[in-house]
Write a protein that binds this ligand. Structure first.
Ligand SMILES: NC(=O)c1ccc[n+]([C@@H]2O[C@H](COP(=O)([O-])OP(=O)(O)OC[C@H]3O[C@@H](n4cnc5c(N)ncnc54)[C@H](OP(=O)(O)O)[C@@H]3O)[C@@H](O)[C@H]2O)c1
Length: 271
């Protein structure tokens, strides 16, 4: 399905973006990888090049997705270098956890700028190419934190909930134009983002997020690829995450009670 396609992956230098890149390369795609750090991108390109067939292309494009002008320039460069894109994977994202009172306004803005406006920027500059082609596919990596709130994630969940609303709208607006949209809402999985989180996260965040087992990155990437191949709109990797998303959707009061109980247990332990 992906053979010969031009796939643009934001956040392609690390974690999920990199894991998806590895799979798409094995399936014969050409890749444009976007992230801010040029050195990390170059390292990933070198790793991918080893498994790449002659004729397959991997190009790297250092760019901050929160900067619209830079994103527009980058997408034009990609079209000139690799051809019109077939798929856009919006995986670039950041996370900062902490009590609402301690998170600065700048943190809220920075997270929205990357996790939400970054997706808007990349999508806006890609849509004209998809329309030229008469087809396209957008894969937005939100989070289970875009469906269910979690302790310490006031800034992160705001950005991911906003992304869910944006993606729902994109799906209905783009479908008549032949552009398919996927919403991906993973629970926690192994990545640099979580390694960093583990150095400072609050005890309350840990007990609440521990309700869902941390998934291996490979499981998440494989389920996303399978979801795309099956044209599934909502992709939630892992049984427990899927189950909890349904509980929170259909019995929100039960979901809130479980979370409150878990948070209370942290305070009782501290007494
Ligand atoms: N890990 C989890 O448990 C988890 C769970 C649910 C959802 N997610 C979501 O999954 C996505 C990938 O997360 P991950 O765990 O793979 O994170 P990661 O390993 O930290 O990778 C994040 C990637 O995004 C890039 N990035 C960050 N800010 C950027 C910007 N302004 N412009 C361009 N690129 C930027 C990073 O490169 P540079 O820093 O060099 O720019 C890096 O390539 C994120 O959207 C995250 O919110 C993660």
């Amino acid at each position: 399905m992906f053979k010969g396609m031009v796939i643009v992956i934001t956040g392609g230098s690390s974690g999920l973006g990199k894991a998806l890149a590895q799979r798409f390369i094995k399936m014969g795609a050409n890749l444009a990888l976007i992230a801010r750090d040029a050195n990390k991108l170059a390292t990933v390109k070198a790793i991918l090049a080893v498994t790449c067939d002659a004729g397959q292309k991997i190009e790297i494009f250092p760019c901050d997705v929160s900067d619209y002008a830079a994103t527009e320039k980058t997408m034009n460069n990609i079209a000139d270098t690799l051809g019109l894109p077939d798929i856009l994977i919006n995986s670039a994202g950041i996370l900062k956890e902490g009590y609402f009172e301690n998170l600065s306004l700048n943190t809220f803005r920075e997270i929205m700028d990357i996790n939400y406006f970054g997706v808007i920027n990349c999508t806006k500059v890609t849509i004209p190419f998809f329309k030229q082609k008469g087809r396209g596919r957008i894969v937005n990596i939100s989070s289970l934190g875009g469906k269910m709130a979690s302790f310490g994630y006031s800034a992160y969940c705001s950005s991911k909930f906003a992304l869910v609303g944006l993606t729902e709208t994109m799906r209905m607006e783009f479908k008549p134009q032949g552009i398919k949209v996927h919403l991906v809402c993973p629970g926690e999985f192994e990545s640099a983002m979580v390694d960093d989180l583990n150095t400072y996260r609050t005890a309350e965040n840990l007990v609440v997020t521990q309700t869902v087992p941390v998934l291996p990155l490979d499981v998440v990437a494989d389920e996303i690829i399978k979801g795309i191949q099956k044209d599934r709109y909502l992709i939630i990797p892992g049984f427990t995450a899927r189950f909890l998303e349904r509980v929170s959707r259909f019995i929100p009061s039960l979901s809130r009670s479980i979370i409150d109980y878990k948070i209370r247990s942290v305070y009782e332990r501290a007494l």
